[in-house]
Design a binder for this molecule. Structure first.
Ligand code: AVI
Length: 334
């Protein structure tokens, strides 16, 4: 499912509402229903996919530049040091399926080593993806580039036109950490079903480390991550016709040791009410919306997660401090 702008719904705010102008929702009915269910749950929550409108995608790019946000540069250093080894394991001429491709920069930096014949960047942020794909076509005219706008929280169904042989999935950045371990296995099983007998998965995973390093990475000094979290409210206003006022909320991020994950929340600065297309809710001062989990794994823990999903790890590369790992996995059975 994509966040298409079809089926826009126009609603008029109830007379009791403090918002006087009509609200317009630009999300489709399923999107609005999903947002509404999350906001109305006893512990309000939203899917992290709603971070990534165009501004959110740019803010995430900025996060990746932050000194506190170590995953991007640590993973890049692993690719720079061990990319040739990874490419030798995979072999050239594959269909490279880049899950959550964003600006496609990570995969593109590996093209000279991996030498894919086809590149399939998959992402929910359609406009951003199409722009990135257009630039790539100019830089790499020999590679067939087939962008797919897709919501990775929905079943992974690839177009039948995609070659079935030599499919190499690429899931860097530790985006797998944004699923709960249970949902990560479900997602990886779907990838496994699409890999075939001769394909594989190259995946980045963030490792458990000093909580102070983790806390700083998700609550940086100049507030880029706070803006990324807060931008979600603007996106919900757009999709669900909500009337969130970002000034009434603050960014909260912390490492939850028991769950081995960073949690991000938005916390109400004061008692407030929010209305959206088809729903409303009051929040007490200090009440939170849980907006993201980012799970951190041990090497062993992540290998067994891959095994549970039907993969056998045949390559592991880490940085010297063991902050981040890249693993290659193949089908554990035919
Ligand atoms: C995309 N994902 C892997 C990032 C992470 O680290 O969990 C998203 C992010 N959230 C805040 N900062 C970065």
């Amino acid at each position: 499912m994509t966040l298409s702008r079809t089926a826009a719904i126009r609603v008029v705010a109830p007379e009791t509402s403090s918002v006087l102008s009509p609200r317009t929702a630009h999300g489709d009915a399923a999107t609005i229903a999903e947002i509404s269910a999350g906001l109305l749950a006893p512990q309000a929550s939203t899917s992290p996919k709603y971070f990534y409108d165009s501004l959110g995608s740019h803010l995430f790019e900025a996060i990746c530049e932050l000194p506190e946000y170590y995953p991007t540069r640590t993973e890049a250093a692993i690719f720079a040091r061990h990319g040739a080894d990874m490419a030798a394991r995979i072999g050239p001429g594959m269909t490279l399926v880049d899950l959550g491709a964003g600006n496609c920069a990570k995969a593109a930096s590996l093209f000279p080593l991996l030498q894919p014949s086809q590149y399939v960047p998959v992402d929910i942020a359609g406009e951003f993806l199409q722009q990135a794909a257009a630039q790539l076509r100019q830089r790499f005219p020999a590679i067939e580039i087939t962008p797919l706008v897709m919501d990775l929280s929905q079943p992974l169904i690839l177009p039948p036109s995609l070659p079935a042989a030599r499919r190499q999935f690429f899931y860097p950045g530790s985006s797998i950490g944004n699923f709960t371990p249970h949902d990560a296995v479900t997602f990886l099983r779907q990838v496994r079903e699409n890999v075939g007998a001769d394909g594989g998965l190259l995946i980045g995973v963030d490792l458990v480390k000093d909580p102070a390093v983790l806390d700083a990475a998700y609550d940086d000094a100049i507030g880029v991550t706070a803006a990324f979290n807060m931008n979600l409210l603007r996106h919900l206003n757009h999709l669900a016709g909500a009337d969130f006022d970002p000034a009434q909320w603050r960014h909260v991020a912390f490492f939850n040791d028991a769950e081995s994950r960073i949690e991000m929340h938005l916390e109400a600065r004061c008692a407030l009410s929010v209305h959206w297309c088809g729903g409303e809710r009051s929040f007490a001062q200090g009440e939170r919306i849980h907006t993201e989990n980012s799970h951190k794994y041990t090497l062993e823990g992540f290998r067994s997660l891959l095994w549970e999903a039907g993969f056998r790890v045949d390559g592991t590369w880490t940085d010297d401090a063991h902050w981040f790992a890249v693993m290659h996995a193949a089908a554990a059975y035919a």
